[in-house]
Design a binder for this molecule. Structure first.
Ligand code: KG4
Ligand code: ZN
Length: 343
């Protein structure tokens, strides 16, 4: 089965051609149009600008993806597109394009939940991964741990009470004036450091419920900058800035992975999947190797270009879902809920 996967839920406009084979999905092409230059001066995504840019980019993203895969419309068996959640103006660009193409070319169509896409990015890496699996989805908007019984059935185990882990990276980069997007810049800065700064204290929850909190990190970084205002202007070459970034990502990686062993034992999990933009983080990736090994879990983390938002993951998820009989009755949904199974 040959699919065209489209994703434009935030600030990346991406199209990919994916071939679903008996041995799992194969990536035939992947095009990603970055908007970093547009949102950079604002230090974050400006929804209206993102939507307008997607309208300009979607056509060439699709044309290039088809050309690179040497595929024509008639070779495609299915169109898969992100239905939500995300910024509605951004979502609509690829969503409307996909419906128009499905109508014009008579191609089967399926709408995909963004997080199901992130999960299925791991199928490129490890199509035969054993289940049940713990699934850690970490991005700019989500920090969720699920139990998956297969590639499309999830049960929620825990999630953040406030900020997503990606926000902690992005806001730290903004406070340190490192640039945009923050995650990769904080990561690069941390990797250059020789020593960590003072560690960040993990949050404590009085109600004892399993969850995370990352908003305290923002305050923690802010207080350190107030104590030492030089940090805000010192830049990525400064050893103290580097040490601070290192402590931050050590804390985030450790906190994210802390619940893995206990949940793995409780649910007899066989694997650990980590995906979403923050799964590009070097510290999280290296720590995950030892945490998974200790807990006896097979580990799958997609290659970095498949961790951040991309059309390939939407194609891979769309291959496993039933096509929609009425694409024209469907709409993009900024708050689309993932159909979860009860624990
Ligand atoms: O999944 P994604 O591309 O978009 C959303 O669905 O949000 O994730 C984007 C997030 C941003 O917060 C970005 O800073 C973060 O992923 N990110 C990273 C790294 N690369 C991207 N965070 C930490 N380290 C990285 N290397
Ligand atoms: Zn995402």
């Amino acid at each position: 089965m040959l699919l065209l996967g489209l994703e434009s839920s935030c600030d990346d406009c991406s199209a990919a051609v994916v071939e679903e084979t008996d041995a799992g999905p194969r990536l035939r092409s992947l095009v990603r149009k970055s908007q970093d230059g547009i949102h950079g001066p604002f230090g974050g995504v400006v929804p209206e600008l993102a939507a307008r840019e997607h309208l300009l980019q979607i056509r060439s993203a699709i044309t290039e993806a088809l050309a690179q895969a040497q595929a024509r419309w008639r070779d495609l068996d299915r169109l898969a597109v992100t239905q939500g959640p995300g910024l509605v103006g951004s979502l609509l660009a690829s969503f409307s394009a996909s419906k128009a193409i499905a109508w014009r070319e008579g191609i089967a169509w399926v709408g995909v939940h963004h997080l199901l896409g992130h999960l299925n990015a791991a199928r490129f890496e490890a199509p035969g991964l054993p289940f049940p699996a713990l699934v850690l989805l970490v991005s700019g908007g989500h920090t969720h741990l699920y139990l998956a019984t297969d590639w499309t059935s999830l049960q929620l185990l825990q999630k953040t009470r406030d900020d997503a882990a990606g926000e902690a990276f992005d806001k730290t980069a903004r406070m340190l004036n490192l640039g945009y997007p923050g995650g990769p810049l904080v990561d690069a800065c941390a990797v250059s450091s020789r020593h960590s700064a003072e560690p960040f204290t993990p949050p404590k929850f009085r109600d004892g419920k399993a969850s995370w909190s990352f908003s305290g990190l923002k305050t923690g970084v802010k207080l350190r900058i107030e104590r030492n205002p030089r940090l805000a202007e010192a830049g990525a070459e400064d050893p103290e800035v580097q040490g601070l970034c290192r402590s931050l990502q050590e804390a985030i990686a450790a906190w994210l992975l802390k619940p893995v062993a206990a949940f793995a034992a409780e649910h007899r999990a066989k694997s650990l999947i980590i995906s979403g933009g923050v799964a590009c983080n070097s510290r999280l990736r290296s720590e995950a190797v030892s945490v998974a090994a200790k807990a006896g879990l097979a580990l799958a983390i997609p290659e970095p270009r498949l961790c951040t938002d991309n059309g390939a993951m939407i194609g891979a998820a769309g291959a496993l879902l039933p096509p929609c009989p009425d694409p024209w009755g469907q709409n993009a949904d900024a708050d689309l809920q993932l159909a979860l199974r009860p624990l």
